[in-house]
Design a protein around this ligand. Structure first.
Ligand code: UDP
Ligand code: BGC
Ligand code: MN
Length: 342
């Protein structure tokens, strides 16, 4: 005789096996659809043999490696000039005897961090020469005393650099991050190459999977594809998260050097407070990214206050406009669609 207990047990077993099978199927579907967002590795420097003019192409020095960087003493500008006699006014250089891979523009958003800038330049120029990179350094300085707008400065840096030359590769570079390994090549790949994969301030680990702050390299086409940075983050925080989100939306991966190569020291400074709007503004990235970016900077009517080819860098001082007051901000954003996190 089948007791009630028996029946219940059988029902429970059937139920558990259905759940178990469904679970296994779901895991399999997830595994088959798994599309990693991040790829760790080094950029493939195109083989000499595959390029026209093969013999004249530069070769990466196999002896590059880690270096000791000094983030405490600051050189003076004359010293930097003396240490780098071969570079051209505006902070440009290219290998004299071979053809480099890409023309690289290094864009540094900047205000009131002269000490950091000198420490960075002391390190960058010799490193880029060792790496045989054809480059020019653009320091994009925000004029005035409004809240800092890192994204807007990056976009303006791109636009102003393109007026100078048809650069292939853009490296958006915080002024206070000093690379610790010459193998971390300052070139672009066909994705969003996040060069600062291990910062001492973050205990040499990526803080979170989608982190795209610090130093990031994109080729010219991809800067346009992601529509550059948002122009509307005033103050500290989230503009790099917004940038990360748009690289994902545009179908790009984040590629990173392994942590033992992507090492940077950050020059010590006081940490700014997070801006009031950053987090909530970030939640609206998806409805904004195609309009709020490089394609909108002309309408911002930014003004270049001064552009100077200094001996070791190009200084572009810009009036980037002002942040909106609270009322205008709320008015403008009330119709923005909010989305969940990545
Ligand atoms: N920055 C600047 N002046 C400022 C604020 C920011 O030059 O007053 C630039 C600088 O390139 C800096 C970057 O914006 O490295 C990021 O700001 P910060 O270093 O304060 O942020 P962190 O990454 O250290 O949190
Ligand atoms: C901020 C980013 C910042 C990161 C690391 C995040 O919470 O939104 O802008 O780069 O922290 O400091
Ligand atoms: Mn910093």
């Amino acid at each position: 005789m089948v007791t009630l207990a028996h029946r219940l047990r059988r029902v429970a077993i059937v139920f558990a096996s259905i759940l178990g099978t469904a679970y296994i199927i779901l895991v399999l579907i997830a595994l088959l659809n798994y599309n990693p967002r991040v790829k760790i590795g080094m950029p493939i420097i195109v083989d000499d043999a595959e390029l026209p003019g093969a013999g004249t192409r530069c070769k990466m020095d196999p002896d590059l490696g880690p270096v000791k960087v000094d983030i405490y003493t600051k050189p003076c500008m004359e010293e930097l000039e003396r240490m780098n006699p071969e570079i051209q006014a505006g902070g440009a250089w290219k290998p004299p005897n071979c053809q480099s891979w890409q023309k690289v523009a290094i864009v540094i958003p900047y205000r009131d961090r002269l000490g950091h800038l000198k420490i960075l330049l002391r390190r960058l120029h010799p490193m880029l020469r060792k790496q045989q990179i054809a480059y020019r350094i653009f320091v994009v300085e925000q004029a005035g005393t409004d809240q800092f707008n890192r994204g807007r400065l990056m976009n303006i840096g791109y636009a102003e650099a393109m007026k100078e030359d048809n650069f292939d590769c853009f490296i958006f570079h915080d002024v206070d991050l000093i690379p610790e390994d010459d193998r971390n090549v300052y070139l672009c790949d066909d994705q969003a190459r996040h060069l600062s994969s291990a910062i001492d301030e973050m205990r040499y680990h990526i803080m979170y999977y989608n982190y795209a702050g610090g130093v990031i390299a994109l080729n010219r086409q991809n800067v346009l594809k992601v529509n550059g940075y948002s122009n509307d983050y005033w103050g500290w925080g989230n503009e790099d998260d917004d940038f990360s989100a748009r690289t994902l939306a545009a179908g790009l991966m984040l590629t990173r050097p392994p942590e033992h190569i992507g090492r940077f020291k950050m020059v010590r400074h006081l940490k700014a407070d997070r801006s009031n709007h950053g987090n909530s503004y970030f939640f609206t990235w998806r409805s904004r990214w195609k309009n709020d970016g490089i394609n909108a900077i002309k309408e911002l009517n930014y003004k270049v206050v001064e552009k100077t080819d200094l001996p070791v860098f190009t200084n572009i001082s810009v009036d980037i406009g002002h942040p909106p007051d609270e009322k205008t901000w709320n008015e403008r954003n009330k119709n923005q669609e909010s989305v969940t996190m990545l």
